[in-house]
Design a protein around this ligand. Structure first.
Ligand SMILES: [Zn+2]
Length: 257
């Protein structure tokens, strides 16, 4: 089944040989793609006449085929690995930055963030400390949504109007705070393509996983079989709730090895 609309791809850190990833837990690494795999995916899109777009560009719903290319967390590989590959294809993209991680090992520095913006990439905010937004008190929401935005704007000297939710978690309160703070869009991890009628405060995205095959990648870009991914995601969610995060990760690790 195909969903019309534009698919927003969600990437994280990329793996480069001889460079340790920021975390090594299975729950983290499963979203870390090898740099070569990311390169293959972008090349594939380019060869098929598709365009990689930023969030703003995608939301203008241009007539050509394309996907939005987004990165979460603000890892250093955004600039070192993803940016050159996107540039080579003349693709755009949006990088959601966790403000409080700037300058931490494996993450962008303030200077590198400016460089990324100067290359023409769109910069969004991914909270201050990567706290899940659900369950935060007002001060916490203010820090993660409002202060995180001001911090990025101070570094960049330009407005930041796109937000993505850590762990994909959000609720009505967090969306209200984001809207009041002046964000134009909020991206979630809801697995769906975005259309002109999708709420800008609940944009869907599809996370790319380390084990995503090239066939699965191509299907995702075309919005095919997203309902299957949603079903799988729901199953994982219930398993995690039943087992707890740690036991679930151990189980996943056993399956993967
Ligand atoms: Zn994140």
């Amino acid at each position: 089944m195909k969903e019309s609309g534009i698919v927003f791809l969600m990437y994280h850190e990329l793996e480069v040989p001889a460079r340790p990833t920021v975390h090594s837990s299975p729950g983290y690494v499963r979203y870390v793609l090898r740099a070569s795999e990311f390169g293959n995916q972008m090349t594939w899109l380019s060869r098929h006449g598709w365009r990689g777009m930023s969030v703003s560009e995608a939301l203008a719903f241009p007539p050509h085929d394309g996907v939005a290319v987004t990165f979460d967390d603000g890892c250093e590989t955004d600039l070192l690995v993803a940016a050159p590959i996107l540039k080579e294809m003349s693709f755009a993209g949006t990088f959601y930055i966790t403000s409080g991680f700037l300058g931490h090992p494996g993450h962008l520095s303030g200077g590198q963030l400016r460089e990324l913006a100067q290359l023409g990439f769109e910069i969004g905010c991914h909270s201050m400390t990567h706290a899940y937004l659900t369950g935060l008190d007002n001060a916490g929401l203010h820090r993660e949504i409002v202060d995180a935005k001001s911090e990025l704007e101070r570094i960049l000297g330009q407005p930041v109007v796109h937000f993505s939710c850590p762990g994909g978690r959000y609720d009505r309160r967090s969306l209200e705070v984001a809207q009041r703070a002046g964000y134009r869009t909020v991206a979630t991890s809801r697995i769906r393509a975005n259309t002109k009628s999708t709420s800008l405060l609940q944009l869907g995205r599809v996370a790319l996983r380390r084990e995503t095959s090239s066939q699965a990648f191509w299907a995702i870009c075309r919005g095919r079989g997203l309902w299957q991914l949603r079903a799988r995601d729901r199953l994982r969610g219930s398993l995690r709730r039943v087992l707890g995060n740690t036991a679930y990760d151990h189980l996943r690790e056993a399956w993967l090895s």
